[in-house]
Design a protein around this ligand. Structure first.
Ligand SMILES: *[C@@H]1O[C@H](CO)[C@@H](O)[C@H](O)[C@H]1NC(C)=O
Ligand SMILES: *[C@@H]1O[C@H](CO)[C@@H](O)[C@H](O)[C@H]1NC(C)=O
Ligand SMILES: *[C@@H]1O[C@H](CO)[C@@H](O)[C@H](O)[C@H]1NC(C)=O
Ligand SMILES: *[C@@H]1O[C@H](CO)[C@@H](O)[C@H](O)[C@H]1NC(C)=O
Ligand SMILES: *[C@@H]1O[C@H](CO)[C@@H](O)[C@H](O)[C@H]1NC(C)=O
Ligand SMILES: *[C@@H]1O[C@H](CO)[C@@H](O)[C@H](O)[C@H]1NC(C)=O
Ligand SMILES: *[C@@H]1O[C@H](CO)[C@@H](O)[C@H](O)[C@H]1NC(C)=O
Ligand SMILES: *[C@@H]1O[C@H](CO)[C@@H](O)[C@H](O)[C@H]1NC(C)=O
Ligand SMILES: *[C@@H]1O[C@H](CO)[C@@H](O)[C@H](O)[C@H]1NC(C)=O
Ligand SMILES: *[C@@H]1O[C@H](CO)[C@@H](O)[C@H](O)[C@H]1NC(C)=O
Ligand SMILES: *[C@@H]1O[C@H](CO)[C@@H](O)[C@H](O)[C@H]1NC(C)=O
Length: 526
């Protein structure tokens, strides 16, 4: 109505009047014989009555409608596709005492919020379950319709039986071939039952690269339709659902499909059934990632290896078998399907540990081997080790980078720490003073305090972890949501505020012999 009005009306009183009328909620848009509010459409006037499902033209108005109530509309005979679907927020639909004979199969396709449908006292003689299948209705009321007793409405009986206890069962009748009214609960239709899906195998195990076929036997009268359901099946596959049993052939199976759930659905007019199986793909190990060591609480050579069954892992140092010990051990931190993310963990490695590390992963289907070169700190005391870089103490700029000594292609947020001899620390403190003049006083005081407090433990030297990150920053943080290491909330008891930056100061527990159970999973030999 807007455009024509604007064409011949000036901005006078008349225009203003129309504008007010036009914006009156629902007044002009509401169909005849109906009343409309922001959330409800209510059509109860028998004359002149509606002939098709009421429609609001403006989508903004439709979206908020949650309740449609239609009564006494003899001329309303059908609900077609895309009529109810316009009201995506619809929760209750009532069409009663009207002429409804037909509800299309897609009638409620988009009405996922529908909870209550009342179609009592209409002219329905048959009704498919299709329109209602995807809805999670709390109520579906169909009483007082002239339903014909047939297999077509058997689903209603099953719906009623599963939804309500016998006492609550609706007073529901159908008309049989002899024009006799019989209670739905008594309705007996031969050859009319729920289908059954049965798979040929419930243990689908295949070697990568091979093919496998699974069959689905769908039984029931009326004969059900069969379909296969799965998400993201990577391997080539073919299905044949025209025969019984239906088949699904997966060719040249990829390891990426390991763990995939495959379902067979059998459906007839009475209802549906499904059977599912998980696909297990065995494959040789593949080391997909390995990198030079990074330092966290410990030094870690991070790796990712895939394989099914789980590969055994063996490390070699300079070609010789590396015997794992209290100080060097393999840790698996995250397992995702048949993908293992872990570390070769080293406690306080020195230059004596420098060299080539080789990981060999093996299972019964094959093996894979990858090498990485590790370079740890130089001679103790010469102050040139990687973790002693003075830049690391530049708190004011990017505290996140503290301890991030190696090129970290995986955006690992490392927690740096000082684990070195007394002399080194003194050097460090001097550098700190130069680099962060404003903070120096505070920080030195703090570190001295820490040092002083723990010197009675008789450790080799001061060793404070200086980090703005929580201690869950394991080198594997990027691949895991649930981290294996405990996480201290930002700014714990030892947090100090310097300028605008909070810097929690945490002791490296391994230097104080603290047997903190929370940190246990991080240490070798337990
Ligand atoms: C629909 O509801 C929202 C909030 O519930 C409201 O902001 C909006 O104005 C309503 N739209 C109409 C056309 O009533
Ligand atoms: C319609 O839905 C509302 C909730 O959205 C509910 O409170 C109300 O009882 C329903 N009306 C009927 C007739 O079931
Ligand atoms: C269905 O709607 C009619 C008309 O509003 C009402 O009388 C009847 O109680 C409703 N049935 C149920 C079970 O809500
Ligand atoms: C499913 O099929 C297997 C053979 O493929 C058969 O042994 C089993 O009895 C069937 N189960 C049902 C419930 O039909
Ligand atoms: C599944 O089949 C494989 C080989 O076909 C067998 O090794 C495995 O034990 C079976 N698993 C179960 C749970 O039956
Ligand atoms: C099987 O798939 C792999 C890749 O997934 C491909 O390289 C190979 O050529 C395929 N083999 C056959 C026989 O199709
Ligand atoms: C079975 O499939 C046919 C053809 O796709 C379809 O016409 C029929 O409605 C389906 N039956 C059921 C119960 O889904
Ligand atoms: C190992 O994985 C990488 C990438 O994930 C792939 O390019 C390579 O072909 C795989 N190697 C084997 C032996 O499967
Ligand atoms: C590892 O241990 C085995 C015996 O357990 C020994 O023969 C081998 O020499 C050890 N390797 C190294 C590098 O110490
Ligand atoms: C597991 O690995 C797949 C790809 O290999 C990835 O898409 C998925 O997000 C991973 N899941 C978790 C929980 O890390
Ligand atoms: C570190 O990474 C940067 C780019 O991210 C690259 O330019 C540089 O060469 C790398 N350094 C080393 C030692 O790998």
């Amino acid at each position: 109505m807007g455009p024509w009005r604007r064409r011949w009306q000036g901005p006078g009183l008349w225009g203003l009047c129309c504008l007010v009328l036009g914006s009156w909620p629902g007044l002009l848009a509401c169909p005849t014989s109906c009343r409309c509010s922001a959330w409800r459409i209510w059509c109860t006037e028998p004359a002149p009555g509606v002939v098709s499902f009421p429609r609001l033209e403006r989508s903004a108005e439709r979206d908020n409608i949650s309740d449609i109530y239609i009564a006494n509309q003899r001329k309303l005979e059908s609900i077609n596709d895309n009529e109810v679907g316009l009201y995506i927020g619809l929760r209750n639909l009532t069409v009663v005492d009207s002429g409804l004979k037909f509800v299309s199969r897609q009638a409620f396709l988009k009405n996922i919020n529908l909870q209550y449908i009342n179609l009592s006292r209409n002219k329905l003689s048959s009704l498919s379950k299709k329109p209602f299948r995807h809805l999670s209705l709390s109520d579906l009321i169909l009483v007082d319709n002239p339903f014909k007793c047939s297999c077509d409405i058997m689903w209603i009986k099953i719906f009623q039986e599963t939804k309500f206890s016998n006492a609550e069962t609706q007073d529901f009748y159908c008309i049989n071939d002899n024009n006799k009214r019989i209670a739905l609960m008594e309705m007996q239709i031969p050859n009319c039952g729920l289908p059954l899906a049965n798979l040929s195998s419930y243990n689908l195990t295949v070697l990568e690269g091979n093919s496998i076929t699974v069959y689905c036997d769908a039984t029931g009268v009326p004969l059900p339709n069969v379909s296969w359901a799965f998400t993201n099946l990577v391997s080539n596959h073919e299905s044949d659902t025209s025969k019984n049993p239906a088949s699904l052939t997966i060719k040249n199976v990829s390891s990426k499909d390991n763990g995939l759930r495959i379902s067979c659905l059998a459906e007839n007019i009475v209802g549906e059934d499904q059977a599912s199986v998980e696909l297990t793909v065995f494959f040789a190990p593949n080391i997909t990632f390995i990198e030079s060591p990074t330092s966290d609480h410990h030094w870690c050579i991070p790796f990712t290896v895939k394989g099914n069954p789980k590969p055994t892992l063996q490390w070699f140092y300079e070609g010789a078998i590396l015997n794992e010990s209290e100080y060097i051990c393999t840790k698996i931190h995250v397992i995702n399907q048949s993908e293992y993310h872990g570390c070769l963990q080293l406690d306080n490695p020195t230059h004596l540990n420098n060299g080539a590390y080789t990981l060999l992963a093996k299972n019964e289907y094959g093996e894979d081997e990858k090498r990485v070169d590790a370079h740890f700190m130089s001679m103790p005391g010469d102050g040139s080790g990687p973790i002693l870089d003075p830049d690391l103490y530049d708190y004011e700029t990017t505290p996140n980078d503290i301890g991030d000594t190696t090129n970290n292609s995986n955006q690992i947020t490392s927690t740096g720490f000082i684990n070195t001899e007394n002399e080194d620390s003194i050097t460090v403190y001097v550098v700190v003073g130069i680099a962060a003049l404003v903070c120096t006083g505070l920080v030195i005081m703090l570190i001295i305090l820490k040092f002083g407090r723990h010197s009675k433990f008789g450790m080799k030297g001061p060793s404070s972890v200086i980090s703005n990150d929580d201690d869950s920053a394991s080198p594997l943080h990027h691949i895991s949501n649930g981290s294996n290491t405990p996480s201290s909330s930002e700014g714990g008891p030892d947090a100090v505020i310097i300028g605008m930056t909070k810097i929690p100061v945490i002791e490296n527990p391994q230097y104080f012999g603290i047997t903190n159970s929370q940190l246990k999973p991080d240490t070798c030999g337990n």
